[in-house]
Design a protein around this ligand. Structure first.
Ligand SMILES: *Cc1c(COP(=O)(O)O)cnc(C)c1O
Length: 319
C-alpha cells in the first residue's frame, strides 16, 4: 500500500501542491513540544481533497474518462472533482438537491462542472448519481471509500515524514476516513512508532461510532461547525473502516465550542483562515484533549468557510 501512495505522489506531482509545513510558535509554547501545521488550506481548491480526486481520475482508463465523471458532493470533494476534471479536459456532473445554497451551486458551476438539481435531499442526489452511472455509464468518483482516493490523500503522509523526519504524533480530522487512513498507511510504513490520532466532532461522528460498534452503523447527521466532517462512512464500507480500525491509535471528539476556539486560534495566532473541519486538530490541543510526547503535526485539512460565519466566530459568537 505504501507503493500505491508513492505511485500516487508521482502521478499527481505538478497538479497538486506540496503544501507548507510551518512551526506554530503559539502551540509549541503552549505544549512545550514542537507543533507544526500542515496547511492543506493552501491547495488550489482550499482543501486536501484534490489529492485523492486527482489520483483517482488520473488512474482511470481512457474509456472511463471519455464517459465523464459524476459525484453528488457539493462540498470539498465536489470542488476537487470539478477542478481536476477541468484541468484534465474531462466532463464532470455534480448532482445536488434543490436545498443546496445558490453560492455553492455557482462555485461548482464556475469550475466548469455540469449541474443536475434533483429532489430535496442528499440521498436523492446520490440516487441520481447511481441512475446516471447505470443509464449513461458515467464514472463515479467516491469521496473516501476507494483505494485510489485513499492513496492520493496518503501523499500528505509522505510529505510530512520527509519534511519532519522526527515526528511522533499526527492529529488528523476524521470523517469517512480517507484522509486518516491514507496518512496512517504512509506514515506508519515509514516511521512505525508514530501515533496517528483521529479527531471528530461530538455531533455525528460516524467513524467513531463504527469503531465502537466494530462495524459501520447508521448515524444521525447533526449540524456542526465542522460541516466537512458530517455524513456516514457507508454501511458497505470496505476500504477506510478496516484501515482506520487497524491503524488509528485513538479518536477524540470535540464540542462545538472547542471547534470554534480552534477556528479563532487559527485566525488570530496563526494568521490562517480555517474551516471547522480543518481546525479540529488545533482545537484538540487547545482543549487539552491530547498529550503530546514530541514533535507533532496537525493536519489543517481545509479553509472553505463562509466569510460571514468565519467573521462571527472570530468575533466570539457562541457556537
Ligand atoms: C473531507 C474532509 C475531511 C475528512 O476527510 P475524510 O477522508 O472523509 O475523513 C476533513 N477536512 C476537510 C476540510 C474535508 O473536506
Amino acid at each position: 500500500m505504501l507503493a500505491d501512495i508513492e505511485q500516487a505522489a508521482a502521478r499527481i506531482a505538478g497538479r497538486v501542491t506540496h503544501t507548507p509545513l510551518i512551526r506554530s510558535r503559539a502551540l509549541s509554547d503552549r505544549t512545550g513540544r514542537p507543533v507544526h501545521l500542515k496547511l492543506e488550506n493552501c491547495q488550489p481548491i482550499g482543501a486536501f481533497k484534490l489529492r485523492g480526486a486527482m489520483n483517482a481520475i488520473l488512474s482511470l482508463g481512457e474509456a472511463e474518462r471519455k464517459r465523464g465523471l459524476v459525484t453528488a458532493s457539493t462540498g470539498n470533494h465536489g470542488r476537487a472533482v470539478a477542478y481536476a476534471a477541468r484541468a484534465l479536459g474531462i466532463s464532470a456532473t455534480v448532482c445536488m438537491s434543490s436545498l443546496v445554497p445558490a453560492n455553492k451551486v455557482e462555485a461548482i458551476r464556475a469550475l466548469g462542472a455540469k449541474i443536475r438539481i434533483v429532489g430535496a435531499s442528499q440521498d436523492e442526489a446520490q440516487a441520481e448519481v447511481e441512475t446516471l452511472v447505470r443509464n449513461l455509464g458515467l464514472t463515479p468518483i467516491p469521496p473516501f471509500d476507494n483505494v485510489e482516493v485513499v492513496a492520493g490523500q496518503g501523499t500528505i503522509g509522505l510529505e510530512i515524514a520527509a519534511d519532519l523526519p522526527d515526528l511522533e504524533t499526527v492529529l488528523v480530522p476524521l470523517s469517512g476516513g480517507g484522509l486518516a487512513a491514507g496518512i496512517a498507511v504512509a506514515v506508519k510504513a515509514l516511521r512505525a512508532r508514530v501515533r496517528i490520532i483521529g479527531v471528530s466532532m461530538e455531533r455525528g461522528a460516524a467513524m467513531h461510532a463504527a469503531l465502537a460498534a466494530g462495524n459501520p452503523v447508521p448515524i444521525r447527521e447533526e449540524e456542526t461547525l465542522a460541516d466537512s466532517l458530517g455524513g456516514g462512512i457507508g454501511l458497505e464500507n470496505s476500504v477506510t473502516f478496516p484501515l482506520c480500525r487497524d491503524l488509528l491509535d485513538d479518536v477524540l471528539l470535540l464540542t462545538e465550542a472547542e471547534i470554534a476556539a480552534g477556528i479563532r486560534h487559527a485566525a488570530e495566532a496563526e494568521g490562517e483562515i480555517v474551516e471547522g473541519a480543518g481546525a479540529v486538530g488545533i482545537a484538540a490541543i487547545l482543549a487539552g484533549k491530547v498529550v503530546l510526547s514530541g514533535p507533532t503535526v496537525v493536519i489543517v485539512s481545509g479553509g472553505n468557510i463562509d466569510p460571514k460565519k468565519h467573521h462571527a466566530i472570530v468575533a466570539g459568537a457562541a457556537a
